[in-house]
Design a protein around this ligand. Structure first.
Ligand SMILES: [Zn+2]
Length: 441
């Protein structure tokens, strides 16, 4: 009887998360993500048109060679961020296995599959509500609700002969997440009672002590900044992660409170919001304008530019992405010019990679030159810092603590934390992509 853990991406890097967990020769794959910075670094990169080996070679998707010939019974997706689902279109067809995820995750995976132009992905998509357990042959997978920056995120506990393994890459412990339930502490305690063999725990934000502030804190920050921005009498533009539905709802509600009309502009904003609305995850007012198609975005901007003081424009572009609405406004490519008194609020931190840092800096410079006042980091993270991660580990109390989702310096921080908590060194293995860890047997 042996349990095998085979990371295929996400270790020693941020992005392309994918891990295989095996019990006596039967595996499940947890997540299939892309590393967006590797792909966007190539001019005119269109992931839908790119081949699998090309993407593996540029480090854009996990190299799944080590798991290809093994028996894979299921693909389990923890949540809908692209660094967890973005490679489904390229890799899933290689496995005769259904894909499981929460309804919102599955909805977003459908988009990924729709945009895939090279491979035909016919894996069955199966929805699992947070809190449910699915049977996969002689294995089972429990989807445990956790708070994060996208609705319906789960940690997945896989049970099989010899014990259970928890995959908890993205989570925070937020008492007031504003949208959806809090982290399901009871289920984590129940898991702890079983004595989980191993837990993979995300390390991406461990440079911060934490606890990571609640999403309700982000709303308070936004209220203060939006209030001051609106009092200037110019346009107020807000940009945040399109998948961060809780944050978007705060922006929409605060806009109305300020007596301004919110309008959402950009393709990804439209896609994520419509998916959330379709599933009843968010109750945006019926009259809320959400426009994704380029001609509609142009038309709306032309209509509102003369009475800009009446609106809050929620736009794509928080990382300075070249094709986003905000960047195109700054580049003079849309019928809306930034003027003095206009205020731009970045409700997002810069994802720390060279491409994003330079894109965002360039965008801010352009906006500043055109007269906008800029507000940065009106944001709280979706990932646990050291304090909340420690609490999480104490709660789950696994035999083996396996740092995942992060560069090696972050994985080391988690390993050090484990040692402080009394874990012997050999119970905190630092793994590498493509190298299998065998427990027991
Ligand atoms: Zn995430």
């Amino acid at each position: 009887m042996s349990i095998k853990i085979l990371p295929l991406g996400g270790l020693g890097e941020v992005g392309k998360n994918m891990t295989a967990v095996g019990f006596d020769g039967t595996y499940v794959i947890v997540d299939m993500g892309i590393k967006l910075e590797s792909i966007l670094g190539f001019d005119d990169a269109n992931i839908g048109e790119m081949g699998k080996s090309e993407l593996i070679n540029i480090d854009g998707i996990p190299d799944d060679t080590p798991i290809r010939r093994k028996k894979v019974a299921a693909i389990l997706l923890t949540h809908g961020h692209l660094d967890h689902i973005g490679a489904v279109g390229k890799l899933a067809h290689g496995y005769n296995a259904p894909i499981y995820g929460t309804p919102f995750t599955v909805e977003l995976v459908k988009d990924v599959i729709r945009e895939e132009n090279v491979f035909r992905v016919t894996n069955e998509l199966r929805c699992v509500n947070p809190g449910e357990t699915v049977e996969i042959g002689n294995l089972s997978a429990e989807f445990i609700q956790v708070t994060h920056s996208i609705p319906q995120t789960c940690a997945v506990a896989i049970r099989g002969p010899g014990g259970s393994v928890l995959c908890a890459s993205d989570f925070k412990l937020d008492d007031k997440p504003l949208l959806g339930p809090t982290t399901d502490i009871q289920s984590l305690k129940r898991l702890a009672n079983d004595g989980p063999v191993a837990a993979l725990v995300g390390a991406v934000r461990l440079e911060e002590e934490g606890p990571t502030p609640s999403e309700s804190k982000a709303r308070l920050m936004l209220r203060e900044v939006m209030d001051s921005a609106a009092s200037g009498g110019g346009a107020v533009l807000v940009t945040t992660f399109s998948s961060h539905i809780a944050r978007l709802r705060s922006v929409v509600e605060l806009s109305y409170e300020l007596g301004r009309i919110p309008i959402l502009l950009g393709r990804s904003l439209e896609r994520y919001c419509l998916s959330a609305m379709k599933l009843g995850l968010v109750d945006f007012p019926e009259e809320l304008g959400i426009y994704g198609r380029p001609n509609l975005v142009r038309r709306v901007l032309r209509e509102v530019r003369g009475t800009r003081e009446d609106y809050v424009l929620v736009v794509t572009g928080h990382q300075g992405e070249p094709n986003s609405v905000l960047t195109r406004i700054a580049d003079g490519k849309l019928p809306f010019k930034i003027k003095k008194k206009d205020e731009v609020i970045f409700s997002a931190s810069v994802i720390p990679n060279p491409l994003n840092i330079s894109n965002r800096e360039l965008l801010e410079t352009k906006l500043h030159i055109q007269g906008a006042r800029i507000h940065r980091d009106v944001h709280v993270s979706g990932h646990a810092g050291r304090k909340d991660t420690r609490k999480f580990i104490e709660l789950v109390n696994p035999e083996y603590l396996i740092p995942c989702h992060g560069t090696y310096d972050k994985l080391e921080i988690l390993a050090n934390m484990g040692r402080e908590m009394g874990y012997p060194k050999d119970r905190i293995p630092i793994l590498q992509n493509g190298r299998m860890l065998v427990l027991g047997g």
